[in-house]
Design a protein around this ligand. Structure first.
Ligand SMILES: NC(=O)c1ccc[n+]([C@@H]2O[C@H](COP(=O)([O-])OP(=O)(O)OC[C@H]3O[C@@H](n4cnc5c(N)ncnc54)[C@H](O)[C@@H]3O)[C@@H](O)[C@H]2O)c1
Ligand SMILES: [Zn+2]
Length: 358
């Protein structure tokens, strides 16, 4: 097992990563504080892992709240169902809410924990690769609004994250590959050694070799933890974790959040951002080539949907801002060295958008 600490002074917390952490004798029991626990999960994950979680939490009161599965349930109405469960099952300020699931359950659970009685303790048990490397770490919580994704939320750090890699055994291949896109993001934007390791390790990660998964998750969490420790509320350096996301979010929005998984859209977005970085001379052409090769080896398709450069420009919010001189994009200044840049020329941006979006 590996443990990565997120160093936030008084709010410092551990991320345990490894197999066998949930059941009897795993680390979960030691990491979860309090005697009154509510486990939040969904209809897919609870039948697979709730019994194991409960076995690791003997001698406590463990309530349940099981949500339907899906991003479309990441809403205020669903958060309200969690509040109802907390009230009906008589949980007070000493309660701990445990989110057992992927990013959707984690985001709703964190938000509910942030709000209930002005904040109760919160533990994350992430069960997707994306949640283990990204969404469970850093304290961003929230729900969607009909007007946009993640519009309602709060910063609320967990007291512990327990990432049991055994859970990845039941994850769909497509979800695993989408999670790998975020691992590639960490290497490409912040750690060239991780990127080079991934170039060698990707076939063994796709084959779900346990030790390789632990290594990939631990290194991803180390990077995210270090950045979150420097910039908890995303006022500065945390923005580099959005490498590939401006274009990725545009792709998700243009396709109604249905055709692509988040990581799939981010993979395409990273390839575009790397191309733009090379076009304006920040990196050699070999950098986008290597990134594309790695993402392809991870089974990720890199063709952007051809919805047009003008629409893409509007979706990345640069139709007006360009003229105001406030274009800000996360680009590569080297392998493992993403930067927030505000000096992207309009012509280069236009050519890049035309090339990829038509
Ligand atoms: N808070 C943050 O910092 C942050 C960061 C990135 C993403 N997110 C959010 O995370 C969400 C996406 O998370 P996700 O990719 O984990 O999606 P998800 O939570 O929808 O999970 C994907 C699917 O896999 C299923 N699943 C989960 N674990 C499983 C397992 N072990 N075995 C079998 N099936 C399993 C889920 O039920 C679901 O159907 C988005 O809402 C996004 O906004 C938040
Ligand atoms: Zn992401």
């Amino acid at each position: 097992m590996r443990t990565v600490n997120v160093d936030l002074g008084r709010a410092t917390y551990p991320i345990d990563i490894g197999p066998g952490l949930l059941g009897d004798g795993g680390t979960l029991g030691r990491r979860v504080p309090g005697a009154d626990l509510l486990v939040l999960s969904n209809e897919t994950i609870a039948p697979l892992y709730l019994a194991r979680v409960k076995a690791g939490l003997r001698d406590r009161r463990v309530g349940e709240c099981i949500l339907p599965d899906g991003e479309r349930y990441k809403t205020l109405a669903t958060a309200s169902r969690v509040f109802d469960a907390l009230v009906e099952q008589r949980f007070n300020r000493d309660a701990t809410l445990i989110a057992l699931g992927g990013g959707v359950v984690g985001d709703v659970g964190g938000f509910a924990a942030a709000c209930y009685q002005r904040g109760i303790r919160f533990v994350q048990i992430p069960t997707t690769l994306l949640a283990q490397v990204d969404s469970s770490v850093g304290g961003k919580t929230g729900v969607n609004h009909p007007g946009g994704k993640n519009l309602i939320g709060a910063f609320h750090q967990p007291v512990a994250v327990v990432a049991d890699t055994d859970c990845l055994g039941t994850l769909a291949d497509r979800e695993l590959r989408a999670g790998l896109a975020e691992v590639v993001k960490y290497g490409c934007s912040a750690d060239a050694a991780l990127f080079e390791w991934l170039e060698r390790a990707v076939p063994r990660l796709i084959a779900r070799e346990p030790a390789m998964l632990v290594e990939a998750i631990a290194r991803s969490c180390e990077i995210k933890a270090a950045i979150v420790a420097r910039d908890e509320r995303e006022d500065g350096v945390r923005a580099i974790l959005n490498f590939g996301h401006t274009f990725g979010h545009a792709i998700e929005a243009a396709t109604g959040y249905e055709r692509y998984l988040h990581g799939e859209a981010v993979a395409i977005g990273m390839a575009i951002a790397a191309d733009l970085s090379a076009r304006i001379g920040l990196v050699a052409g070999s950098v986008p080539q290597r990134l594309r090769a790695l993402l392809s080896a991870a089974g990720l398709a890199l063709e952007a949907p051809r919805f047009g450069a003008a629409r893409a420009r509007a979706l990345i919010g640069m139709d007006k801002k360009v003229r105001g001189g406030t274009v800000r994009l996360v680009l590569l200044a080297g392998l493992g060295a993403a930067e927030l840049r505000s000096d992207v020329g309009d012509d280069e941006l236009t050519r890049t958008l035309e090339e990829h979006f038509g």
